[in-house]
Design a protein around this ligand. Structure first.
Ligand SMILES: [Zn+2]
Length: 210
């Protein structure tokens, strides 16, 4: 009585927050683990480490082993066909094994925004990028890069899917172009052979006429 209920959450709100709490907790755990463990072998990250364009970090050793043995899980890692599809990261580790930004000294928790530059492999925290007003040159090595070469280490699941689709499409286009080029070269070769044969026949005919 006298309670207007204003501060009591409604049943539907309670259900909503209960539904949301579990996936968020799981998501946080996934995010924390991607900062410390190899996304493939789940072993602790240990130098040399590499990352793909989806911002997933791996121990270089596990990537090499899996590429050689053709053991990469197809659905998740379809975009990884060779070492060209990953980049070695240049970074430091803190004492408890976390990636550290060389400029800001901030550690990568898996949740705070971190990036690496595809061209040079340098790893930087968002704070370093913002404070030093990095535009298109790496703060550490000065190498120039394009916007799409700044890879986040925290892409969402949806963003990763989008990037993966783009990579697969580019790979498909590249392979089609290569096939087309080979076909053209083959046709040209055949054409030359026919021309050579025709020339030869003409010469033989001429000789016979003489
Ligand atoms: Zn750099």
């Amino acid at each position: 009585m006298g309670n207007d209920g204003g501060s009591i959450p409604k049943r539907c709100q309670l259900i909503k927050s209960f539904k949301n709490s579990k996936p968020k907790k799981n998501q946080n755990l996934i995010s924390y683990s991607r900062a410390k463990y190899c996304s493939l072998s789940k072993e602790k990250l240990k130098k040399p480490i590499v990352a793909d364009r989806l911002g997933q970090i791996f121990n270089k050793k596990s990537i090499i082993e899996n590429l050689i043995n053709k053991n990469l899980p197809n659905e998740t890692f379809r975009h990884l066909k060779s070492l060209k599809d990953v980049k070695e990261l240049k970074c430091e580790f803190s004492n408890d094994g976390k990636i550290k930004c060389k400029i800001s000294n901030i550690e990568f928790s898996g949740i705070n925004k971190f990036y690496f530059i595809w061209n040079c492999g340098d790893v930087l925290s968002l704070d370093a990028i913002k404070n030093l007003n990095m535009k298109n040159k790496c703060l550490l090595c000065g190498q120039e890069f394009k916007k799409e070469d700044l890879i986040s280490l925290n892409y969402s699941k949806e963003e990763k899917e989008k990037i993966k689709k783009k990579i697969l499409l580019e790979k498909k286009e590249k392979s089609l172009m290569l096939q087309l080029k080979r076909k053209r070269e083959e046709n040209k070769k055949n054409e030359n052979e026919i021309n050579d044969n025709n020339n030869e026949n003409t010469i033989i005919k001429k000789i016979k006429l003489i």
